[in-house]
Design a protein around this ligand. Sequence first.
Ligand code: NAP
Length: 354
Amino acid sequence: MTSADKAVCRLGSHRVVAPEGALPQAAWKLDATPRARANEVLCRVEALNVDSASFRQIAQACDGDCERIGEHIVATVRERGKQHNAVTGSGGMFVGTVAEVGDDLRATSDLRPGDRIASLVSLTLTPLHVERVERVDVTTGRVWIEGSAILFESGLYAKLPDDIPTDVALAVLDVAGAPAQVRKLARPGQTVAVFGADGKSGMLVCAQARDRVGPSGRVIGIAPDATTAGARLLLDEGYVDAFIEVDATRALDVADAFEALAPELADLVVNCVNVAGTELSSILCAKDDGTVYFFSMSTSFTAAALGAEGAGKDVTMIVGNGYTKGHAETALQTLRDHPALRAYFTERFGRAGG
Ligand code: NAP
């Protein structure tokens, strides 16, 4: 039976080519035929925002060469029908224009052909067809393509806001889950540690944590270099109270530096790095009964679980679900509420579209 003969499923299982019975995220291969089935939305894709952990891995494998990165992505999509990095397991998101809304959705969906949207579900489960890679930007992980993608009935999306440039909105929406989760997790008076503080998600998290913990709380940023423009902005604007310049893969160095600064340790640790091997550092910075939120896609469940056990740390560890209710609006609002952050994101990502 071809995927066109299968009954449509809300979660998109009718698009799974292999293995039989899998859902799209877990599947090895999807059918990315660019035609909307009854419960699907077909989009013309303008750009992919490749997940940071994935892009870093691809860029390293291609020696940072834009042409080879483009070819790598085309090859993955041709083989799997989706941009699913087999090494990191992560994907990203797309921005594009609605081309067709399937028959069954027309009455209920608020999408119409011509609407510009950003997908809020991972590229690891999104049927994707790439005709051509137009440009790759290694500094932002942005890849402009000609192609198409399918959103399932269950697929989340955000209409692009009028007041924020598309490239900036895309950078924010890619990591929307992080600031929105932190808004829910952080409490007044708490100490919050943010790993990868000067990256996209890290900066939004710092701003959101600062608002939540208030004047009696502390936000401590952690990244390898305290002199980056992002790190300086966090300090200058008071989004962080202190910045620890350390390689987060070096758990003992991190623990020593953090304990010197905050002997009580952190109530909440948020891991926003794009490299592997930082689970134990994060765990060691959390106080007993504290919470560690692993937003990073480079997180190993095994390393986190066994690391916490080995260190005798009774901490709650949260898998970084990219979705929480209202996450897109919370993330965009974080930018609107913080003009300095907005200026930084606009400078850094706003011109990515050229
Ligand atoms: P990003 O902008 O590339 O930032 C990565 C951060 O990690 C930077 O601050 C970087 O510092 C820092 N970092 C790199 N190596 C480090 C090290 N050895 N020690 C300490 N910090 C280090 O990434 P992003 O877009 O915010 O994404 C962050 C993570 O979230 C990635 O793993 C991404 O895959 C993941 N993600 C998860 C979801 C989800 O749904 N859970 C969704 C989107 C993205 P430098 O700038 O100094 O290198």
